[in-house]
Design a protein around this ligand. Structure first.
Ligand SMILES: *Cc1c(COP(=O)(O)O)cnc(C)c1O
Length: 412
């Protein structure tokens, strides 16, 4: 992984949150930008202000009309926009190197807003096969109802996305990297080079500090900020960032979709964002150590972690990711029984969905979230009977390693 300090990324002008909104072009490291971004509109308060209001008083009819029709208006009615939410949107735009961002009520709010806001009946979408389950269901079940056809491709196969594009018909190309659950990578340069359709990357697993899809020419980046960005399992919120004209277009659908972010969740997401740098660095360090321990263990058949030399796309990970992140996936040789025993035997890690928070969480998809699938369907989703996904938290790594080893000992 490239070391972030050797790789300064310019932030956006005017997004440093100086009292009085002083605009400065920033050559600061992203971790530094994350500390103060999103507070241009913060009066003299140091911490983000919670604007718990649904509506705003308009001084004149003329001003009311201007605010009602202005894309991204954040002092009219909170479904249209809200100053606290706007602060979070500005911060994400600054970190992603985007002109604008729009926050949504959840990651799925953001993804459904992008797909249904940009596609119409008769349009074609290219998406990768291994996706977050909600995204997969949206594309597989909802899109056909609206006459939107979706072609699924293997994201790890070079050129697969571009080959599936139908000129004049494909409106959207959707990728997720690293992808749930096997941490397969999609090549951001390849996606950025696709001309015609709008390219979208769900970058939730990487976070804005782990990779920057827009730098590679991708049009839109999406995050479930519910995960590592908010980072404390106390806010459900999503966000999309990209060029202003695209975001204005998305906004006009989003105000009708109504999946706007709550100001309270936006405030918590801004609070989380300030410590994303240290959290991600620690989680990467602990995950790497855990991955190495697991790789040596006789019960473990395979470990998937983008920071390991054994990852099949290790060179791509080095090229496009700054940090390998806190997620790892492994396969237990003992299959279904071994997986179930493992996730029920951990004591510090806990069995729960979600990821990116301070608590280490484990999931065993074959016996929980994906229990209704056949072995063939599981395999198509990259899930084996003994597949376990770990979201490494902020506990001391010695305690985590000991916990994982004692749980592995319980497997017959
Ligand atoms: C969690 C997640 C989502 C959905 O986000 P919500 O905030 O739960 O709606 C989408 N994509 C990925 C990769 C996720 O991990």
């Amino acid at each position: 992984m490239a070391d972030a300090p050797d790789d300064p990324r310019p932030g956006q002008p005017g997004q440093l949150g100086q009292p009085g909104g002083e605009a400065r072009r920033s050559q600061l490291r992203p971790e530094t930008v994350a500390i103060r971004a999103g507070r241009d509109d913060n009066d003299r308060a140091l911490a983000p202000i919670l604007w718990a209001t649904t509506t705003f008083v308009t001084p004149t009819v003329e001003e009311g009309r201007r605010l009602a029709t202005m894309a991204g208006s954040h002092r009219f009615y909170s479904r249209y926009g809200n100053p606290t939410v706007r602060g979070f949107e500005d911060a994400i735009a600054a970190l992603e190197g985007a002109e604008a961002a729009r926050a949504f009520a959840s990651g799925m709010g953001a993804l459904s807003g992008v797909v249904l806001g940009l596609c119409s009946a008769g349009d074609h979408v290219v998406a990768q096969r291994q996706l977050y389950a909600g995204t997969q269901l949206l594309l597989q079940s909802v899109c056909p109802r609206f006459g939107i056809e979706v072609t699924f491709v293997d994201a790890t196969e070079p050129g697969a996305f571009a080959a599936a594009v139908r000129p004049g018909e494909t409106v959207l190309v959707l990728a997720e990297t690293p992808a749930n659950p096997r941490l397969d990578l999609a090549d951001l340069d390849e996606l950025g080079a696709i001309a015609g359709p709008i390219t979208v990357v769900d970058s939730t697993f990487a976070t804005p500090l782990g990779q920057r899809p827009l730098d590679h020419g991708v049009d839109l980046v999406v995050h479930s900020a519910t995960k590592a960005i908010a980072g404390h399992n106390d806010a459900t919120i999503g966000v999309v960032a990209g060029a202003r004209d695209l975001l204005d277009w998305l906004w006009s659908f989003a105000v009708l979709q109504g999946a706007n972010a709550s100001p309270f969740d936006a405030m918590n997401a801004l609070r989380g964002l300030r410590t994303l740098g240290v959290r991600l660095r620690q989680q990467t360090e602990s995950a790497h150590r855990l991955a190495e321990v697991l790789e040596q263990h006789p019960h473990v058949a395979e470990v998937r972690y983008p920071g390991l030399d054994s990852h099949p796309q290790r060179d791509l990970a080095k090229r496009q990711m700054n940090l390998a992140g806190g997620l790892l996936t492994f396969d237990l040789a003992g299959g279904l029984d071994a997986g179930r025993t493992f996730v029920e035997s951990v004591r510090i890690a806990q069995l729960a969905s979600s990821l990116g928070g301070p608590e280490t969480l484990v999931t065993h998809p074959a016996s929980t979230t994906h229990v209704s699938l056949t072995p063939e369907e599981l395999a198509a989703n990259g899930i084996g009977p003994g597949t376990v996904r770990v979201s490494v938290g902020l506990e001391h790594p010695d305690d985590l390693v000991a916990d994982v080893l004692q749980a592995l000992d319980r497997i017959a």
